[in-house]
Ligand binder design. Structure first.
Ligand code: SIN
Length: 529
């Protein structure tokens, strides 16, 4: 028996000779039945339901998987099925890479002004569909609508920024040290790019890479996460409307075949660059695969951010910043505070003010009015937070607020723990959940040592009004990004990225586009002196 998706079934039927008799059985439990029953764009409640796609995107066409298999996508707040997308594998990945390779010569030869205009159109369309795209992010990721819309604005800002960078990929002329020559340095697009992204920012983690890649003149194959593919497919629809030519952007959706798809995206010789955001173990795996053909890589991997509050800090500002930094996306961001160190003289006051604010949070469905914090993405995420709370408490930490999940849901009550001991698991592992872990410290030297005692180094934050300390601490933290007297650093214009096992390369800002270009030297000889 063969299972066909509705669109493949329709095209197969239309290809049959007239008057052919076809017998169809729809079994209640086949994926086909559910696909036909549930793939209704109206379920999403968007104003423009044509932004919802249940197919992947290769060479400018909406396509199903060859096997007809699908991935079910659910709303983490309600556990209800939103719809399905194709479960693709090696063959479709090769097709997507071939399509990107075929599109590369023409796209790379467009003028920077042409690419600028298309990216600006892309940005404008994302703004025009702000409510829909924000709602879509909330539906598949769970974050509150204000954050879903905030992510769309953030995501669109990468398109705007890179539209403006497209026309500024200047080269250089370097004075020669050989007689009679001139040295010219030019920038050229690197080629086909593989982009692998996480579910915590279903849209922005794509545009941060894609905006730079397109601006540089590269073509792309994108693998979105199985939890949140609809935002990426909506971006593909937007790209079509913006005039991005066929094959320049390709999206392969997969879940169970992720290893073979990821391997192909990293090992295929045609691909010249891999850009990944996700966990450190996966970053290492992909780095190894990409090494086989020495591809350029950008890896934005896990963090374990310290958030330090010195006793000369403005406590109100520090509490407000800790809330944004720790609980944005219910603690599911790579840059969120994982370890909060507070100097002993202000520890009790900071802890009680933070606990009071966190106890006022309203956890719920992100689409409901008043919800401040949504669910975690799935049960596995809950298990890790539970493990970190239980471990810290068993070693002496106190629960000031929360500490529990809501049974049979993906919700974990936002939590503040105090007196977290140094040997707690959360000090060496990223929690990725709504857990603020407080530890007391005495001296600047001690807290710098604690902050740096981890294998990763993405972001770090601290609060102090002593200018000397601000410089000292900012320079000593072993991280790629420092927030000094702020808990929110993310913007399209900054070089985002880490040190140590948090990754390689920088995304965003003027540095981000460099990752998608080769630097070529041309030495002109015989020119005389
Ligand atoms: C991330 O969590 O990886 C990205 C966070 C951000 O861009 O703010």
């Amino acid at each position: 028996m063969r299972f066909l998706s509705l669109s493949r079934l329709t095209s197969s039927l239309s290809a049959l000779p007239k008057h052919t008799t076809v017998s169809l059985t729809l079994h209640r439990h086949t994926p086909t039945f559910y696909r036909m029953a549930s793939n209704q764009a109206s379920v999403f409640g968007l104003k423009d339901s044509s932004l919802i796609k249940f197919q992947a995107f290769i060479d400018g066409k909406w396509v199903d998987s060859k096997s007809g298999e699908t991935i079910v996508v659910t709303n983490p707040a309600t556990n209800e099925e939103l719809g399905t997308v194709p479960e693709m594998g090696l063959a479709e990945t090769k097709e997507a890479i071939d399509a990107a390779a075929k599109a590369f010569p023409a796209w790379s030869k467009t003028t920077s002004k042409e690419r600028h205009d298309i990216l600006i159109k892309f940005f404008q369309l994302m703004k025009e569909h702000h409510d829909d795209l924000g709602r879509l992010i909330t539906l598949e990721n769970g974050k509150p609508l204000v954050e879903g819309k905030g992510e769309n604005a953030y995501s669109a800002s990468f398109m705007e920024w890179y539209a403006e960078e497209a026309v500024r990929t200047y080269g250089e002329q370097i004075p020669a040290s050989l007689p009679g020559v001139r040295n010219l340095v030019i920038k050229q697009p690197i080629g086909v790019v593989s982009i692998l992204t996480p579910w915590n920012f279903p849209s922005a983690m794509i545009t941060r890479k894609l905006g730079a890649a397109l601006a540089a003149g590269c073509t792309a194959v994108i693998k979105p996460p199985p939890e949140t593919p609809f935002s990426s497919l909506a971006l593909a629809e937007i790209s079509k409307r913006a005039g991005v030519p066929d094959g320049v952007i390709n999206i392969v959706t997969t879940q169970k075949n992720v290893i073979e798809v990821g391997k192909e995206m990293c090992e295929n010789k045609v691909v010249r660059k891999v850009s990944f955001t996700g966990s450190t173990p996966v970053a290492k795996l992909l780095y190894g695969m990409a090494a086989s053909t020495l591809k350029k890589v950008s890896l934005e991997a896990g963090g374990n951010a310290p958030f330090i509050v010195f006793d000369d800090a403005n406590i109100d500002d520090a509490v407000a910043a800790a809330i944004i930094c720790k609980f944005r996306g219910s603690g599911q961001t790579c840059v969120c505070a994982n370890r909060i160190y507070v100097q002993s003289t202000i520890y009790a006051e900071f802890a009680s003010r933070l606990a009071e604010k966190v106890s006022e949070f309203k956890v719920g469905n992100g689409l409901e009015e008043g919800t401040t914090h949504g669910p975690l993405i799935h049960a596995r995420a809950i298990e890790k937070v539970v493990r970190h709370v239980d471990d810290a408490v068993s070693k002496g930490a106190q629960v000031l607020v929360g500490g529990k999940s809501i049974p049979n849901t993906s919700f974990f009550i936002p939590t503040v723990l105090s007196d977290v001991p140094a040997d707690a698991a959360l000090n060496s592992e990223e929690t990725f959940g709504p857990l603020a872990a407080l530890t007391k410290f005495e001296t600047e030297e001690e807290v710098i040592r604690l902050a740096n005692s981890t294998d990763v180094g993405l972001a770090g934050y601290f609060f102090s009004r002593d200018i000397g300390r601000v410089f000292r601490v900012a320079e000593k933290l072993e991280v790629g990004m420092v927030g000094a007297n702020t808990g929110l650093i993310s913007q399209a214009v900054i070089p985002f990225g880490g040190v140590k096992e948090s990754g390689l390369g920088r995304e965003g800002g003027p540095h981000g586009i460099e990752e998608y270009m080769n630097t070529k030297l041309i030495v002109f000889g015989g020119l005389g002196m």
